[in-house]
Design a protein around this ligand. Structure first.
Ligand code: SF4
Length: 376
């Protein structure tokens, strides 16, 4: 069975005030601890008596973080070789998340030599005022320069992440990002709403300058329209791509296909269980060094639980889910399991059913959380 391999790189040069992903300051000593932990975790995961990854064929690799673009060619090659030594591993897609700062052409070229096929650049905005509000340590020009350098060294799969719903955002500031992207022609764009996570430094900024939700939705529509005109079709609520450039690795999450996550805070989903790792470098590495498990929590999946999760993830996709396919994989008929919910949602125009397919209508995707909560 094909599966995805995710590796979490838990380091950043500095913490962005709005970020809720697990990361700690980048140090050489920390990196050594992480690398040793990765080796141990990969060894344990690939053992015949391990969690079930031994029989999988990994065809995508995604290194996320954190700021994995702090890694160079030699380190990325070593990680790739580690995966090839431990697993059945033939990646047709190898994504590296990158920050558009601190990487000259030689570093970027080295990523290509290490086998990276897809660069996902966390630009967030091509508007200087928005970048300043977010506390990002680069200008719009520097971000553009970085992306152009990636193109020049031969990355023909370039993804750009942007953020919407940022305090002070206007149609003009969003327009500046869209204009720059039009010139850059990325193959994939992810447009995420800024989340207000309690306890983060940015919560104070948002308290002083609250974001108007309707205006944020207008920004999303502005982005969607511009990307549509540029030939990037929406295939998931927040993700847009040229035909053939959809992220194969992330599609596995939404299609409920297996993936193994290595590193602190990484999540995994194999056919009968899913789990997340300890979200602390020290705890994760310490558990592995002592020969124990680095998991924080494991959920054993009954067929009904798997069908429910597959439905909820799959409905985030524009194409929705095929209930017949789902029944083949889980043995569960979601039309029976959720007969009442599906009936009510389809009569309210919040879900469409055609044969065995179910999907959320395009104009309702932004309220998908409320729709999906009906299945939970
Ligand atoms: S660089 Fe990315 S992962 Fe690191 S703190 Fe900023 S947003 Fe979070």
């Amino acid at each position: 069975m094909n599966a995805g391999l995710y590796i979490h790189f838990p380091f950043c040069r500095a913490k962005c005030p709005y970020c809720h992903f697990y990361s700690v300051p980048w140090t050489a000593a920390g990196r050594r601890v992480w690398r040793e932990g990765l080796e141990k975790e990969a060894e344990a995961a690939s053992a015949p008596a391990g969690p079930g990854a031994a029989g999988l064929r990994f065809d995508t690799l995604y290194i996320g973080g954190g700021t994995p673009s702090l890694l160079g060619e030699v380190q990325l090659t070593a990680i790739r070789e580690m995966a090839a030594a431990r697993f059945s591993f033939e990646p047709s897609e190898f994504t590296l998340e990158a920050n558009p700062v601190g990487g000259g052409p030689d570093l970027i070229r080295g990523w290509r030599y290490a086998g990276v096929t897809r660069l996902s650049v966390g630009v967030q905005s091509f508007d200087d005022a928005t970048l300043r509000t977010l506390g990002r340590p680069y200008s719009a020009d520097e971000a553009l320069h970085f992306c152009r350098a990636a193109r020049r060294v031969g990355f023909d799969s370039l993804a750009v992440d942007i953020m919407i719903g940022v305090p002070g955002e206007t149609p003009k500031s969003v327009g500046r990002t869209l204009e720059t992207m039009a010139g850059l022609e990325p193959d994939h764009v992810s447009a995420y709403f800024l989340e207000n996570v309690e306890g983060l430094p940015f919560a104070k900024v948002l308290a002083g300058c609250p974001v108007d939700e309707d205006a944020a939705v207008d920004s999303y529509e502005q982005v969607r329209d511009a990307l549509d005109k540029a030939g990037l079709a929406r295939y998931e609520i927040s993700n847009f791509a040229r035909p053939g450039y959809e992220c194969r690795h992330n599609l596995k999450y939404w299609r409920y296909e297996p993936f193994l996550g290595l590193g602190p805070a990484a999540s995994s989903h194999l056919p009968e269980r899913r789990w997340s790792n300890l979200a602390s470098l020290e705890d994760w590495a310490g558990a592995l060094a002592g020969g124990g498990s680095a998991r924080a929590e494991t959920v054993e999946l009954t067929p009904a639980a798997a069908a429910r999760e597959a439905l909820v993830f799959g409905l985030r996709l524009v194409r929705g889910v095929d209930a017949a396919e789902l029944r083949e994989r889980t043995g569960v008929d979601v039309f029976s399991l959720f007969a009442r919910e599906i009936d009510e949602l389809t009569s309210d125009g919040l879900l469409v059913r055609a044969g065995s397919r179910l999907w959320i209508p395009a104009d309702k995707l932004l309220v998908s959380n409320a729709i999906l909560s009906r299945f939970l």
